[in-house]
Write a protein that binds this ligand. Structure first.
Ligand SMILES: [Fe+2]
Length: 328
């Protein structure tokens, strides 16, 4: 018998899924699957290639994101380093490797689908985000539709207008899709005039339309969230429209401004993008890999921020990461 995880949702809350910013209540934090012990056990069973460890500064205006290595720390030592430092862990694709978490995510999505016939969650996936009491995640977008189920600690989330080229250049979404850049997007302080901010506590979900730009600053305590991701035909088409726009511009010099996933043109663009993908596979050309930053630090619980630079790394310059971000 699947459990219910959604807490007192109104019909309007179900209705706006994927269409607007939604903050709603859930009960996932009381499953026992996200205690220190459960997380340490999960991390010890999780393949190392699917664990991202990042460090960052404390100023949202300065992009100082770095990716690092765990070294030989136990999972509990790693969690302690996160609790005491300035670090962010992403335990990626838990649905692939852990039955109990896959079941949880399936139950949650089934519950959403049952109450909104227009809501379809295919290609379901989940990541667990574990971050320091004052960690930040810089301005970025996620490619699939994503939902942040907050579980421990408190964080402030800023959300910016979606589908607006002034906030995220469509060319950068294209670069992200083809693996030329990571999710981080160029940020300007004037964006704040158009941001909505939410203080998110355990037991709250925050979600928004696909590709909506957002950034996060933790406010207190070790923060743990479940980030679920899904796609559906419309979400997939939205990405294919970006692919086709890039292709049409690069191969035929045709500048397509529309990024809408709806209507006849979007469906034509989807055929173009799918055809191009199929050709790439048939001629045996390498398919795109998601971009990842070069690893530059080692987690070190004895260091003030919980990490130290790897041998040979230059002291904290972020030229390489900023060059990727700015596309230079
Ligand atoms: Fe995100």
């Amino acid at each position: 018998m699947p459990q219910n995880y959604l807490d007192q949702w109104t019909p309007e809350q179900f209705e706006v899924l994927e269409e607007a910013i939604l903050v709603a209540k859930h009960k996932i934090h009381s499953t026992g699957l996200f205690s220190d012990e459960a997380l340490a056990d999960l991390i010890d069973r999780h393949p190392s290639d699917y664990l991202t460890i990042a460090a960052m500064g404390r100023d949202a205006n300065k992009f100082e994101w770095m990716v690092g290595e765990r070294g030989d720390l136990t999972a509990m030592e790693l969690l302690d380093a996160v609790r005491n430092g300035q670090l962010w862990l992403n335990v990626i694709a838990i649905t692939k490797f852990h039955d109990e978490y896959r079941k949880l995510i399936d139950d949650v999505y089934n519950e959403l689908e049952a109450s909104n016939p227009r809501f379809k969650a295919q290609n379901r996936s989940g990541n667990i985000l574990i971050s320091s009491p004052h960690a930040m995640v810089y301005y970025h977008i996620d490619l699939p539709v994503n939902m942040l189920w907050h579980l421990r600690g408190e964080k402030r989330v800023w959300v910016y207008p979606p589908f607006d080229p002034r906030f995220v250049a469509p060319k950068n979404i294209e670069r992200l899709i083809v693996g030329e850049m990571a999710e981080d997007m160029p940020y300007h302080t004037w964006f704040e005039d158009y941001a909505l901010s939410f203080d998110v506590k355990p037991g709250q979900l925050i979600t928004w339309p696909q590709n909506t730009p957002h950034r996060v600053s933790n406010l207190e305590g070790l923060n743990v969230s479940l980030s679920t991701e899904h796609r559906n035909p419309r979400a997939q088409r939205r990405l294919n429209v970006h692919r086709a726009n890039r292709l049409l511009r690069q191969k035929f010099g045709c500048e397509c401004r529309s990024i809408s996933p709806d209507g006849f043109t979007a469906r034509c663009k989807e055929v173009i993008a799918r055809g191009s993908n199929l050709t790439t596979r048939l001629i045996g050309k390498k398919t795109e890999e998601p971009f990842s930053y070069r690893k530059r630090f080692l987690v070190d619980p004895s260091a003030e921020k919980g990490w130290r630079l790897l041998d040979g790394e230059q002291p904290e310059t972020f030229e390489e990461e900023n060059a990727v971000l700015m596309g230079v």
